[in-house]
Design a protein around this ligand. Structure first.
Ligand code: ZN
Length: 217
């Protein structure tokens, strides 16, 4: 019984960081128009004030697709990016926070701007194979990620979850990762279009720096 007392200690320490931020409140609307540097993925509300000739078309700006178009390369299938990332510097590994049993990073292939993932350091594929410590810290880091993303992006909701096995849609099935995808009320039109496209590192790095700065330490 003595060992059980220590199983959730990494999670309890992580919870101290989580509790430094206010709880996510999906009912609270943005107080100001979302413009400029903090309009991550959100609809631009000031476009009516810019020069241009209106027509019947909606524009979808996806500069991060250019990398995909230009080289079309996919990562090495034999390397595990979730084992590799913690070995790199934060900016190279897209890491925003390093916990004790798990870490948090941005997705190189975001479903939405600010798409983050929580992974155990250990190379384990299935959720039921994660240790109690890993499960507990992954849960708390997910909660903290919600609060950080809420502050940085002023998102209004989240999709959170994990795909277990390739048949269930896991792109990297061998290393457990929990997705945290921020959502805005008007993002659904481009949500499927940017899925599985590659993001320009400079845009991801801007986002990573903002999230890392907002993560309580
Ligand atoms: Zn791995």
């Amino acid at each position: 019984m003595t060992d059980e007392r220590h199983l959730d200690e990494p999670a309890e320490r992580a919870a101290l960081h989580r509790d430094a931020l206010p709880a996510f409140d999906p009912a609270e609307p943005p107080e100001e128009p979302l413009v400029a540097e903090h309009a991550w993925g959100a609809p631009t509300q000031m476009s009516s004030e810019l020069p241009g000739v209106p027509d019947a078309f909606q524009r979808l700006w996806t500069p991060y697709r250019m990398v995909y178009i230009q080289n079309g390369q996919m990562p090495d299938e034999h390397a595990c990016p979730f084992c590799r990332a913690p070995e790199l510097a934060d900016d190279q590994g897209l890491i925003v926070h390093r916990g004790e049993t798990c870490f948090v990073l941005l997705n190189l292939y975001p479903y939405n701007t600010g798409h983050m993932m929580v992974c155990p350091y250990r190379h384990v594929g299935m959720y039921d194979q994660a240790t109690t410590e890993e499960v507990a810290e992954m849960a708390v880091l997910t909660q903290t990620a919600m609060r950080v993303l809420s502050q940085v992006t002023r998102c209004q909701g989240f999709n959170i979850g994990m795909n277990q096995g390739r048949i269930a849609g896991a792109g990297i099935a061998d290393h457990l990762h929990q997705h945290i995808v921020p959502r805005w009320s008007l993002d659904s039109n481009f949500f499927p279009i940017i899925a599985k496209t590659k993001a320009l590192p400079i845009l991801l790095e801007d986002m990573r720096q903002d999230i890392q700065a907002a993560w309580p330490v």
